[in-house]
Ligand binder design. Structure first.
Ligand code: ADP
Length: 381
């Protein structure tokens, strides 16, 4: 057991890092955070804080040498430094190899294709060839979906391209060009694995998106899908976590098509927005299970305690400045409302400032509470 006296380093101190620190506190673990922002969300909740870039080779190596094992809360880190640390004998989960295979969407898609995972057809533009030329040369039909291969998150770096005019607005970066999928539903499954190759999966969650910001707005668990689809998605998530050879969490996002098929959209080797409800609604939170996976302890039960809806608390349109939360008292007066504020000082339209999980005996009641909270609780300045 690695529970005693292990110094665990986390690359990244955003809200996921903060929630990992809170879970680690249950077992009195020593958590060291590396983040460029001295006011990051995790700053006040970790044992040690180091200010510096997790994208810089030397900084990551120095930080890694000061701890016993490393994990991440963001995949856009310098994996070469993690590779060097692993060679020096540090425990690194998820593995640097898997981070390399995941942080670039083009490389992710190639892995799906080579290993027979169902995913939408795509073309990968690596070099600095003009996008227009690439589209013409490959005879790609409109509409299609453009995705920056690196650095995108929460729908930033994704665009639906319907015309040549849309295409001209896009930056000329490495990207994938993907067939447009007629999506019936989007779901996600989180898998957890330890070094003994034990794997568990959480029940599927269903995601509902705000079209305007392309940012996850509401999410419900259980998902309104058949057992057959849920089991197919779970099998794919288990195969993926083993293919990547990941210890800790792997979140897998899927599209269910109007034709009834299931496609892998993308994966993330860390705690994920689609698992926040597990803090209140599951036997074991995703954060504790990530720690169990990387510490190689028995994995925690992923059983659902009660139906839940997750609402992302995003900055209100028209407000940019020091964050102010209005409607907290009214929202807190509703039973089963669990508010999580990430502690970001400044708000701007659509910035993820926190989340709220509502729990109830039925999913309908949890949804009603979430809609009430949505109209009551606002992030302004
Ligand atoms: P991010 O990494 O920023 O979350 P995603 O790849 O998940 O980006 O895409 C964001 C959203 O865009 C998806 O949740 C989905 O709603 C839509 N989308 C992505 N790919 C496609 C596609 N091939 N066809 C249709 N819609 C898509």
């Amino acid at each position: 057991m690695r529970l005693k006296k292990m110094k665990i380093g986390i690359l990244g101190g955003g809200q996921l890092g903060k929630m990992l620190c809170l879970a680690a506190a249950d077992w009195d673990l020593e958590i060291h955070i590396l983040d460029p922002d001295p006011k990051c969300a995790a700053r006040n909740y970790c044992t040690h804080f180091t200010e510096g870039s997790f994208k810089d080779y030397g900084t990551v190596v120095d930080f890694g040498r000061s701890v016993d094992m490393l994990t991440i809360e963001i995949e856009h880190v310098d994996e070469d430094a993690l590779m060097a640390l692993k060679q020096e004998g540090k425990i690194v989960h998820p593995s640097p190899e898997s981070i390399f295979l995941i942080k670039d969407k083009g490389i992710q898609k190639i892995l799906y294709k080579e290993n027979g995972f169902p995913s939408s057809p795509f073309k990968y533009k690596e070099g600095d060839e003009r996008l227009e030329t690439f589209v013409m040369k490959n005879k790609i039909n409109f509409p299609f979906v453009w995705k920056a291969s690196r650095g995108g998150y929460d729908g930033k770096g994704v665009a639906l391209v319907k015309t040549i005019e849309d295409l001209k607005q896009l930056p000329n970066v490495a990207c994938i060009v993907e067939d447009f999928v007629d999506i019936e539903k989007e779901i996600a499954i989180i898998a957890v694995r330890n070094e003994k190759d034990e794997v568990v999966t959480y029940p599927a969650v269903e995601m509902l998106f705000d079209q305007k910001a392309n940012l996850l707005d509401l999410q419900s668990c259980p998902a309104d899908i058949s057992h057959e689809i849920e089991n197919q998605a779970k099998d794919l998530a288990i195969k993926l976590i083993r293919t990547y050879n990941i210890c800790g969490l792997l979140a897998v996002e899927f599209f269910l098509t109007k034709q009834g098929t299931i496609l892998v959209n993308e994966v993330a080797p860390r705690p994920h927005n689609s698992g926040h409800h597990t803090i209140e609604a599951s036997e074991t939170s995703q954060f504790q299970n990530h720690l169990r996976g990387i510490l190689n302890t028995p994995l925690g039960s992923t059983k659902t305690r009660m139906p839940s809806v997750l609402l992302n608390l995003v900055g209100e349109e028209g407000y940019e400045g020091n964050a102010l939360y209005v409607g907290m008292e009214n929202a807190l007066s509703i039973e089963g409302v669990h508010i999580h504020l990430y502690g970001k000082n400044t708000t701007k339209p659509w910035r993820k400032m926190g989340h709220v999980t509502t729990t109830a005996d039925t999913i309908e009641d949890a949804m009603e509470k979430a809609m009430q909270v949505k109209s009551l609780l606002k992030v302004v300045c």
